[in-house]
Design a protein around this ligand. Structure first.
Ligand code: HEC
Ligand code: HEC
Ligand code: HEC
Length: 111
């Protein structure tokens, strides 16, 4: 009985170290996406603050934390907006943020 108890304790300890490690994965401050139309700087910190630190708004439903692919570039962003996916989940007419149409330069900066 005592033997089993210590095995449970050790397993429990290992499990909590693992979860803490996952939670501590450092969120980036800014991410830059290269594009022919001008590079896009995604201010991760600002976006997180606006979502009141709720990582789940975006991870993993919208973004799998792999930097690429975002699945946003196609068709001048219209397919993503229509499907409410990727950046288009919020950046869409009537959404939380400005849509792509007419706002190319808010995201794409030539330089
Ligand atoms: C507004 C949406 C949004 C929110 C909210 C958000 N993220 Fe992200 N995050 C992104 C995007 C976009 C990327 C880049 C695409 C990807 O990696 O999937 C990203 C990437 C990441 C990456 C990988 C960085 C890299 O270079 O590949 C980590 C780690 C991360 N986020 C952690 C967090 C944590 C922790 C939180 C909560 C505190 C959070 N994110 C909240 C949108 C968001
Ligand atoms: C969870 C909703 C959400 C998602 C997903 C999201 N944004 Fe935003 N974004 C916002 C909001 C809200 C604002 C500020 C409101 C406004 O200016 O219309 C904003 C503002 C911005 C700005 C202006 C600078 C700033 O941060 O204030 C840029 C550039 C931007 N977003 C790019 C992106 C890109 C690129 C993606 C996809 C990788 C993305 N956003 C995904 C909600 C989102
Ligand atoms: C909300 C921010 C945002 C807005 C607004 C926006 N874009 Fe983008 N765009 C991006 C991001 C982020 C990428 C890179 C996607 C990736 O890496 O998968 C991109 C990629 C692209 C690409 C692909 C370029 C390449 O090198 O493959 C084109 C073309 C494009 N955008 C055109 C436009 C046009 C035209 C507008 C205005 C009508 C616009 N974008 C508005 C964020 C935006």
């Amino acid at each position: 009985m005592k033997k089993y108890l210590s095995i449970f304790l050790i397993l429990g300890l290992l499990f909590s170290i693992l979860t803490l490690n996952l939670l501590a994965q450092k969120a980036p401050d800014k991410l830059v996406f290269e594009a022919k139309t001008g590079k896009v700087t995604f201010d991760h910190a600002k976006h997180v603050a606006r979502e009141k630190n709720n990582c789940k708004t975006c991870h993993d439903t919208l973004f799998p934390q792999k930097k690429a692919p975002l699945n946003f570039a196609a068709g001048m962003h219209k397919p993503a907006e229509a499907a409410k996916k990727s950046c288009g989940a919020c950046h869409v007419a009537g959404g939380k943020a400005f849509p792509s149409a007419g706002n190319c330069a808010k995201c794409h900066v030539k330089g």
